[in-house]
Each structure stands twice: as C-alpha cells, then as structure tokens.
Design a protein around this ligand. Sequence first.
Ligand code: SDX
Length: 431
Amino acid sequence: MTDKHFKLVNPETDKSVDIPLHEGSVGPAVLDIASLYKEHGVFTYDPGFGATASCKSSITYIDGEQGILLYRGYPVEQLAEKSSFIEVSYLLLHGELPTKEQLQRFNQQIVYHTMINESLLRFFHGFHYDAHPMAMLSSVVSSLSAFYHGSTNIHEPEDRDLFATRIIAKIPTIAAAAYKHSIGQPFIYPRNDLGYCENLLRMFFAVPAEEYEVDPVAAEALDLLFILHADHEQNASTSTVRLAGSAGTNPYAAIAAGIATLWGPAHGGANEAVLKMLDEIGSVENIDKYIAKAKDRNDPFRLMGFGHRVYKNYDPRAKIIREMCHKVLKKLGKEDDPQLELAMRLEEIALKDEYFVEKKLYPNVDFYSGIIYKALGIPVSMFTVMFAIARTVGWVAHWQEMISDPATRIGRPRQLYTGATRRDYVDLDKR
Ligand code: SDX
C-alpha cells in the first residue's frame, strides 16, 4: 500500500477529501473509497462495474489495451504452447507450476473423483430430451450441494481442497451425461486410464456396443481450448461465484450460479450464438447486410464473438484459436469448412470498418472456438457447456482466494435511488 492520495473537494462542505491510492504489482492503481460513505455520505456510481475493482486478486491479469493475458504471471501463449489443462489447473489453484511429483498427485486426485453418485444420473431422466444442456448442467451441479452439504465445511482447508478436486473432476462426467441424455444414448462411465480430455471425449462419443478410440488430435485441441478458457479475472460469472460465495453458501451452489451466468449470450453463451449467427448470415454475399445491422443502434443485432468489456485490442485467446482452427481442421480433414471461411471473411470486413475500429471491437475468445468444437463433433447446444467445464477451475480458484481471505465480507452493493419518496397508503375506494 502507498501513502499516495487523490484529493476531491466535497461541494457540500467545501472540505477536501483524501482518497487513498493502492497500487498492485501491475496494472491500474485503485482508489480506496471504502470510507467515503461513512465520512462523506456519498456512494460511487459505476453500473456494470466498468471502472470498479471488486477485490484484490493474484490469479489472472489482463491488459485490455495491449491484449495481454497472464495466469499467475505466465503468458497464456506460453501455457498454450507448453502446458496442459491439468497443469494450468494446478497453477491457477496453487499459484505455482507443479513439480513432476505434485502434478502426478494432483492428476491422480482428479482421476479418482470423476465418477458421480449413481442417483445423480437419475436426475437426468427428469429432463425432457430437448432440455438445454446448460440448464441440466447448472441444475445437476447445484444438486451436488445436496450430496456434499454435510461434508463441506468451507472454513476447513482440506474440505475446500476436496470440493475443488470433486467439482473439477466431476463436471466433465455431468456434462457428458447431459449430452448423452439429449441424444437418448446410455451414459458412459469415466475411465481411470484416460487423461482429462480423452475421458471427456470418450464419455461423449463412445457407445456400449463397441470400443471407442479417442482421436489424439481432438484431445489435444480440446486441452488447448480448455487452457484458453480456464480463467479471466473478474468476468460476470466469476464475480457471481465470488458474490454467492461471500454469503458463505455451499460452494457447489456458488459454482451453479456461475454456470447460470456464463450461459448468457453476452458472456459464455456467445460461442453458441456465433455459430447460429454464421448460419443466419449464410454466405459471404450477406456479410455487408449483417455488418450494417450490427452498426444500427436501432437494431438489437450484434456481431456475436466481437467486442469485449476489457480487451480493446485483439483477444490473445482468439488469436491462438484462429491459428488452431487451420491446424485442427487440416488434421481432421475438414480444412475447407465453409463456416471458417465465412468467419474469416466476416472478421476481415469488420476490422476494416470504421465503426468497429473506432469502438475497438475485435474478435473475442468465442468467435472461433465454436468452429473447432463443431469440427470435433460437439453439437452447438454443448458449446457453452465446454466453456463451463474449462472455467470451473477459474471459478474455484477465485472462490478459494475469496473464502480464505480473512478480510472477506458479504458483498452488498448500494444504489442511486430514483424511485418515489415516502408517501402514505391510499385506500382502494379512494384511488
Ligand atoms: C466473454 O468479461 C470477460 O472476461 C468475458 C470473457 C471471459 O473469458 O470470461 O472474455 C468471455 O464473455 C466474451 C464476450 C462474448 N460476448 C459476445 O461476443 C457478445 C457480443 N459482444 C457484445 O455483446 C459486447 O461487446 C460485450 C457484451 C462483450 C461487451 O459489452 P460492453 O463492454 O458493455 O460494451 P458495450 O455494450 O458498452 O459496447 C460499446 C459499444 C456500444 O456502442 P455505443 O452504445 O457506444 O454506440 O460497442 C458496441 C455497443 O453497441 N458493440 C457492438 C458489439 N459489441 C459492442 N456493436 C456490434 N457488435 C458487437 N459485438
């Protein structure tokens, strides 16, 4: 903490107000306004929290102007090239890259918790066949709080670690069960001899009638996508998990709240919305019409997969995924995917348009990811589920950072009230 201050003048009292300035290890400093209301009777106002730091965190750092993303200080580009999702999960949870022994032990813990209670599988039979997989995922994850309510003491570090292991290990099994239910196929159990992404692909695509060989290209592509989606600072779903967790709620219920938030098309639901948008655009000839719609303030249509609250430069994740598209589609023999062609033309035209340039709207993580998921045989309705599987470790890391901070208090924002001032009740016959 520095002893630097901002000086404000209170127009009511003409008194100058010292606002302490706190500096982090990198990035913008923050004005500590915690005592502003107590000492000066005013709140700050920042709907959407565009300029508000809700907490201190040492997990992920984004520089939106430069298009930089660091997980515990490591550039996401280096982790994408050299690491694995399980190793990145360890890094996000523990703050350091694991030794070989630590990684092996962590991986074994995850492997031994991939099965779910058999009665949980019966929950899926209550859903209609066309239930959205995100609705099934959030409901079944929330019901984990019923199974592990008694045995989850959030004030015990061992319980917190067991929660982290269980939810990271079980979310792929629950996601795969949601998928199998939606296509009327039997659930496939996890296998302890498979890696995290191999297991997921097998639980998605294997059938009891025959052996299933996981395509290593698909597993590698999925592992890279999961690394890129693992965490992203105080985004809407992570902030939801922190807020729910600050009330001391069951952590599985807090994760379910994060899943519900991620589902929104303005957030993680955008990857599904991008593929629907590309289908709607249909061909390169229609691109100009849709760019015009996206620019028309009276038209609710937005270019899905474009724009970002923080990145005012190219989302570094989108850059890596775009390059990945070519390699993965080529290896899968699908390099002439018309939707990839259309997406690239759309990006090229949009990035030359002064509306997008002036508003600094670039492709974000969701713009290309769906094209790869589709090439891996994953249906559009499951795209945001894939995002949720990867982001679970980020949610857990932030929940742990919040719950283990002795300074944590229940989150409780205030408001600028613009409603009716005090008035008396009027009897019905006098209205
Ligand atoms: C994710 O926060 C995170 O970190 C999220 C995420 C993560 O990893 O957790 O990165 C994942 O959610 C990525 C974003 C996925 N969503 C989309 O792709 C949906 C399309 N994008 C937009 O809805 C929008 O860009 C947001 C929601 C992403 C950001 O919204 P902001 O920051 O509130 O920006 P804004 O709505 O204030 O837009 C600023 C201007 C507006 O025009 P004006 O009112 O100034 O005239 O840009 C325009 C917007 O209309 N604009 C767009 C646009 N995005 C913003 N215009 C057309 N198409 C778009 N996609």
